[in-house]
Design a protein around this ligand. Structure first.
Ligand SMILES: NC(=O)c1ccc[n+]([C@@H]2O[C@H](COP(=O)([O-])OP(=O)(O)OC[C@H]3O[C@@H](n4cnc5c(N)ncnc54)[C@H](O)[C@@H]3O)[C@@H](O)[C@H]2O)c1
Length: 275
């Protein structure tokens, strides 16, 4: 089952799965485009079924799960992929809250609805299965003018990480796909948010191939762009730079263990500029 299957990464995922002979339920809100794409794939021999659904509607997602199981009997792979980019290029204080909520409705809530509808069924199946969340490098790297998108992708990463922890020891695996810029309609015509997207662009086909290779494995983080390592290192170096604490943790632990009150630690000097 692939969401956001009418376009971009979801369409490429569908095509990759279908090429391997996998039956695919394609779900998307754009009914005409979805039927058109499903028709093209079917004409090339793919066994696909198209379901038009607004994934922000929790009841509709439950109905989608019922249709999926009613159609195929069992599901092996769920690609929780649909997404929107929302307002970019605006600082947070200029983004209308309603527009930020719209982004969260899809990138966070729709992914939660899909996980809530499908994971209990995957577990009940008792067989190996794989849930793939499409987050983004924006789940780690944040540049200016990308508040709504980046915050929603941080939320999706947290959801995927909590699912990974909740599903540990079960036959259901979880991965989180974190592409940098991918050449799809989502980003065509958009100026790359400054500091946010790195400078590599990959094809949706390459992203789909990365997911295909990971299916059935324990690979949680799936990165696709060559600059991912540099961008992640920059993020975590930034975090590490702020790790200084007034009392070293081991020192604190020693004092606690001895039952004595630690001496008052000198407070660091406040920064003179910046933060
Ligand atoms: N293109 C990139 O550079 C890039 C980079 C990192 C992550 N991503 C993520 O990849 C995923 C797919 O994006 P894409 O680039 O293929 O974009 P896309 O616009 O080509 O495809 C997204 C699809 O999601 C569907 N969709 C949106 N809202 C929906 C809803 N409420 N219900 C059902 N379907 C809905 C759209 O109709 C569309 O077909 C998204 O989660 C996106 O955030 C994209």
């Amino acid at each position: 089952m692939v969401t956001g299957a009418a376009s971009g990464i979801g369409l490429a995922l569908t095509a990759r799965l279908a090429r391997a002979g996998v039956k695919v339920l394609m779900a998307d809100i754009q009914g005409d485009a979805l039927r058109h794409r499903a028709g093209e794939l079917a004409a090339r021999g793919a066994d696909v079924r198209a379901e038009t659904v607004d994934l922000t509607d929790a009841d509709a997602v439950q109905a989608l799960a019922e249709t999926a199981y009613g159609t195929f009997g069992d599901i092996d792979v769920v690609c929780n992929n649909a997404g929107v980019v929302g307002p970019v290029g605006m600082p947070l204080w200029e983004v209308p809250p309603a527009r930020m909520r719209e982004v969260f409705e899809v990138n966070h809530w729709a992914h939660v609805h899909v996980a809530r509808a499908f994971v209990p069924r995957l577990l009940a199946g008792g067989r190996p299965a794989h849930l793939v969340h499409t987050a983004s490098m924006s789940a780690f790297a944040v540049g200016s003018g990308s508040a709504a998108y980046a915050a929603s992708k941080h939320a999706d990463l947290a959801v995927a990480r909590s699912l990974r922890a909740d599903l540990a020891g079960t036959p259901v695996r979880v991965s989180v796909l974190c592409p940098g810029r991918v050449d799809t309609p989502l980003v065509r015509g958009l100026a790359a948010p400054r500091d946010a997207t790195g400078d590599t662009t990959v094809t949706a086909g390459l992203v789909a191939e990365t997911v295909w290779d990971a299916l059935g494995s324990d690979r949680f983080y799936l990165f696709t762009n060559a600059d991912a390592a540099t961008r992640l290192r920059d993020q975590f170096d930034d975090v590490r730079r702020h790790l200084t604490s007034p009392v070293h943790p081991t020192q604190e632990t020693l004092w606690n263990a001895s039952g004595q009150t630690p001496p008052t630690a000198p407070r660091p000097n406040p920064p003179t500029s910046g933060g």
